[in-house]
Design a protein around this ligand. Structure first.
Ligand code: NAD
Ligand code: TDX
Length: 332
């Protein structure tokens, strides 16, 4: 792995992955990113210019993608429209980037015989009952609920078909909910932290009992690197850190960490089709590749994340105003 192309490398998970790759390998990294509202140039400014190169462009641009893939030995694909709420209001960019973009990359990878890793989500498996002991495994059935998760599921199927029919060297990972630095303020953790720091009341959808399985994004990055270095071609790995928490529980923790009362919450209209519970069984990743999460305590990881947002107000302040205006327009 000498020349790695990271699509979506200016987004939340992508930027953290780029930092991780530069810290833990000798590879040179090219970021291909369309710089949508979700991207951040600031997350990449401190990277060594000798080992990083940033290209602004669309993953569905066939010519651009072909020329970039031809000059790299590894592609890690994260570029996506990633927010469920946005996908309910306008699914079109999700189909374009998540499906057409993935198809465009796969065709280039097939032409040039390049190693491909597809970063996906546990949401492709739909949801689990709150009172069930079940967790998602590599054998869980695909059952996506939202336009976002349906396009991610479709992209996973494209990758699987390109492995089976064309023999491309690809792996897939499906990870649970990430938190950490540089996450856009539209998502639950940073939205709640920034609202709480501003003295506002965080918004909880529905009854707040929905469960997410939280993982620090640096642990996600370490798992992706383990798969790139030691993963079986054609395999799918589930990534999770045993961090199940209800939304209500999580929001109360954040309020406490921000020095606020834990009941200063507004309950708002529920998300349409809202998945009830996600939970990951990451046994394969742990036993086969020896991966372990460094942040095995969500509370400690959240405390570090609150500290990061306290220190980076200049980064989130303008995004916050725009994001809250859009949420207000739909009553959330
Ligand atoms: P994000 O929205 O923060 O970042 C996505 C990045 O992709 C942005 O920088 C954006 O500019 C870029 N992008 C969008 N459309 C593009 C296009 N057409 N061409 C090139 N770049 C484009 O998302 P994220 O949370 O960092 O998620 C990254 C990936 O990880 C996604 O594939 C997502 O499905 C997956 N994932 C995320 C999580 C999570 O909790 N955040 C969990 C599991 C999997
Ligand atoms: O203000 C809020 N209040 C609230 O109760 C927001 C923004 C969210 N929620 C709820 C909805 C979900 O149950 O919190 C939970 C988490 O919401 P999001 O942060 O929007 O994440 P989610 O929909 O679970 O999806 C995330 O994890 C999987 C990422 O956005 C996806 O890209 C990833 O695939």
């Amino acid at each position: 792995m000498h020349q790695v192309l990271v699509t979506g490398g200016a987004g939340f998970v992508g930027a953290n992955l780029v930092h991780h790759l530069l810290r833990h390998t000798d590879a040179r990294v090219t970021v291909l990113d369309a710089f949508t509202y979700a991207a951040s140039t600031e997350s990449l400014v401190k990277l060594s210019p000798l080992r990083t190169h940033v290209v602004a462009g669309d993953v569905a641009d066939e010519q651009l993608v072909d020329s970039l893939v031809a000059t790299h030995d590894t592609v890690v694909h994260l570029a996506a429209e990633s927010h469920n709420d946005n996908s309910l209001h306008d699914p079109a960019p999700f189909v374009h980037t998540n499906l057409v973009g993935t198809f465009t990359l796969l065709e280039a990878v097939r032409r040039h015989g390049v190693r491909f890793h597809h970063v996906s989500t546990d949401e492709v498996y739909g949801d689990l009952d709150l009172d069930s002991p079940e967790r998602f495994t590599e054998n869980s059935a695909y059952r996506p609920s939202s336009p976002y998760s349906a396009t991610k599921a479709g992209a996973d199927h494209l990758v699987r078909a390109w492995v089976r029919s064309f023999g491309i060297n690809a792996t897939i990972s499906n990870c649970s909910n990430n938190y950490g630095p540089w996450q856009h303020v539209e998502k639950l953790v940073p939205r709640t932290i920034t609202t709480a720091l501003d003295g506002g009341r965080p918004r909880v959808y529905g009854d707040g009992l929905n469960v997410r399985d939280w993982i620090h994004t640096d642990d996600h990055a370490a798992a992706v690197l383990a798969i790139l270095e030691r993963g079986r071609i054609g395999a799918t790995y589930l990534i999770g850190a045993d961090g199940e928490r209800s939304n209500l529980d999580l929001v109360r923790s954040i309020l406490r960490l921000c020095g606020r009362g834990e009941d200063e919450i507004d309950f708002v209209r529920d998300r349409a089709g809202h998945d009830r519970r996600y939970a990951i069984d990451s046994t394969t990743l742990r036993t086969e590749l020896g991966w372990r999460p460094r942040f095995d305590d969500v509370e400690a990881g959240l405390a570090a994340t609150v500290a990061w947002y306290r220190d980076h107000e200049h980064w989130w302040r303008s995004r916050k105003a725009r994001t809250e205006a859009s949420y207000a327009a739909v009553g959330q």
